[in-house]
Design a protein. Sequence first.
Length: 236
Amino acid sequence: MLKRLEELNRTVRNLYSVTDLLKSMGQNTDSVFDIEDNFRGSNQMSVCVERVKAIPEARALMESRYLGPAIDLEALSQLSRGTLGHTYATVMKTLGYDPNFFRQREIETEEDWLTMRLRKTHDLAHLVTGFGPTGGEAGVLSIQAVQIGYPMSVALQVASIGMALKQQPEKLPNITQQVARGMGMAIQMKPLIAQRWEDGWDKTMRQWREDLNITDPVIDEPYSLKNRLPDLDLDW
């Protein structure tokens, strides 16, 4: 009974957080962190952790609690054009994003590490796949949902489709296309959670995509990063 009440309470908290996030059109990132925190200690997170541990490279990162150093955009900007680091720094600066803005959490468990690693590398997932940071979020959520079943991603993916169906049906085709595209990419590509991005800042975007088996990145679609930043001269 106590376990059921705990799950019910978690569900109610997540419903409030999801509603707040969707009302803000995805801009209220605190709601995203709230949803992640609400899943802490849940059965859903336990299952997700086991899926990550089944990936040898990801398991090694988890066991060592590897997070990597804080990201320095100025240092990355000095790398050669076309590299992951230079492209990431250029995009983040243009968008006005702070790569270290995410909510901190003490790493006491494997799921704490997983949550913090995903928070830190979220924008890298957008970059290598091509999904835009606004308007393309459903694509990245779909990748995380398919590859490791990350609870927050699954919850927001389902909620965004349901909200569009109920309140903005004209947006449903765009969202479902993102979801379908992300799912297809997730099945084909190597697990993003298993990557040590920090060891390859100087590797080109093209090489990263080849190594990850991303053969059809999102480039010209309306929900692409390139479409979000049309004036940015980069090797997309």
